[in-house]
Write a protein that binds this ligand. Structure first.
Ligand code: VNL
Length: 391
């Protein structure tokens, strides 16, 4: 009798839900954990603006659920990232975790993702190993091996014979150094020296002197987003370009967020990356226009697109599961998803949960009085080579 009554009430509730979905609609909370303050605040600002741009463009429902974005600042400190992740899952009922501005921050959350079976979308960090740290991690940025190899290919085909590598001394830098070197050497190039610089408060001057003394044709550089301006200034001040040393890099160095402020010394830099603000497609034109309008003319960089596509992934997965955000169902739905991003066509590798995407070779040029990464060559639909090799 009581059971019948309860079923009756449930049935009535369902009827009401169908009639007036807005009242009874369930919420899926997405916890976006990012460095909103500290030395990597530009990453937090860009990723969060990208995520918000997606919601502004597509609405706030997916798979019949209302999507609620909760943005939390970890200041770029891994212990904070882990603490906030636990707090969001345990106290706030957050169903999906996302963001993660740097590799150590993503790694700190992997055990939380695994234990609580929480879908975790890495939107920024780029060390290849991150997606191996938990079966509940997927990624919409890219990996350093994925976009360092094409720079090695380009260098070997464009008269560069001797290179010094110069990278930030942590996960993504080590990946960039390893995979650029592997490709460049396989194509006949020589590495004169491998230089690693501390991540925190770098002074590039002594390292640039070492590069200069080695007299290479080019220096290949990885530095995380936001750090490139200081490097570019010291590169010019130390006279490396005047000494005939060409600058080649991952696109993190000529980050569109700060590229314009780098001025003339940046012109001619060759980089490989997955996104440029100037990427020529109707999807990107619409994205850049909406983003700049919503963000006081701020130029969207690759971090913002990681945030935008991270939301695209979450929406697409929830559509597929009809709103089921539980870990196993969500992660199954993620595998093989594909869509058109502002960066071009993308899909999620069903085997690795990493993103398959085009990598573009670009040159910094002045276009209508502004500095841009101008794409001129495309390596199509690349997977993360590190995991492809491990198989
Ligand atoms: C990382 C990789 C961070 C690429 C970055 O900027 C970046 C990382 C903050 O994996 O830590 O551009």
């Amino acid at each position: 009798m009581l059971k019948g009554l309860l079923l009756g009430v449930a049935g009535l509730a369902m009827t009401l839900t169908n009639a007036v979905p807005v009242f009874a609609q369930e919420v899926v909370k997405v916890g976006l954990i990012l460095p909103m303050t500290g030395p990597f605040a530009s990453t937090g600002r860009q990723v969060s603006a990208g995520a918000k741009a997606f919601i502004a463009a597509k609405g706030d429902t997916a798979g019949g659920k209302k999507i609620e974005l909760i943005i939390r600042d970890d200041g770029g400190v891994a212990d904070q990232t882990r603490r906030i992740a636990q707090e969001l899952v345990v106290n706030e009922g957050t169903k999906v975790l996302a963001g993660f501005g740097l590799t150590p921050l993503a790694m700190a959350v992997a055990p939380v993702a695994t234990q609580a079976k929480i879908p975790t979308v890495v939107m920024a960090a780029g060390t290849a190993a991150i997606t191996k740290a938990s079966p509940f991690i997927t990624r919409t940025s890219g990996t350093l091996p994925q976009y360092s190899v094409p720079v090695g290919t380009w260098a070997s085909q464009n008269g560069i014979k001797k290179v010094v590598t110069l990278v930030s001394d942590y996960g993504p830098g080590v990946d960039a150094e390893k995979w650029f070197t592997k490709e460049f050497k396989a194509k006949g190039g020589e590495i004169a020296e491998a230089v690693r610089i501390p991540l925190q408060n770098p002074d590039f001057a002594p390292f640039l002197q070492r590069v200069r003394d080695a007299k290479p044709d080019a220096v290949f550089v990885f530095l995380p987003s936001g750090v490139g301006s200081l490097f570019m200034k010291q590169f010019a001040d130390r006279g490396l370009a005047d000494a005939g040393i060409k600058l080649i890099a991952t696109g993190d160095v000529t980050d569109d967020d700060i590229l314009n402020s780098m001025g003339k010394p940046a012109i001619g830099t060759i980089t490989g990356h997955f996104y440029a603000t100037s990427h020529d497609s109707p999807e990107n034109k619409a994205y850049v226009e909406a983003f700049e309008k919503a963000n006081n003319k701020m130029r969207p960089n690759f971090m913002s697109v990681g945030g935008y596509d991270g939301m695209a992934l979450i929406y697409n997965a929830l559509e597929k599961t009809k709103g089921d955000a539980s870990g196993p169902a969500f992660m199954e739905a993620v595998k093989g998803l594909s869509w058109t991003s502002p960066r071009g066509p993308v899909s999620i590798d069903p085997e690795t949960r990493d993103i398959i995407q085009n990598i573009y070779i670009r040159e910094v040029k002045e276009v209508n009085g502004q500095l841009h990464n101008v794409e001129f060559q495309t390596f199509s639909a690349l997977k993360d080579p590190e995991k492809a090799e491990a198989k």
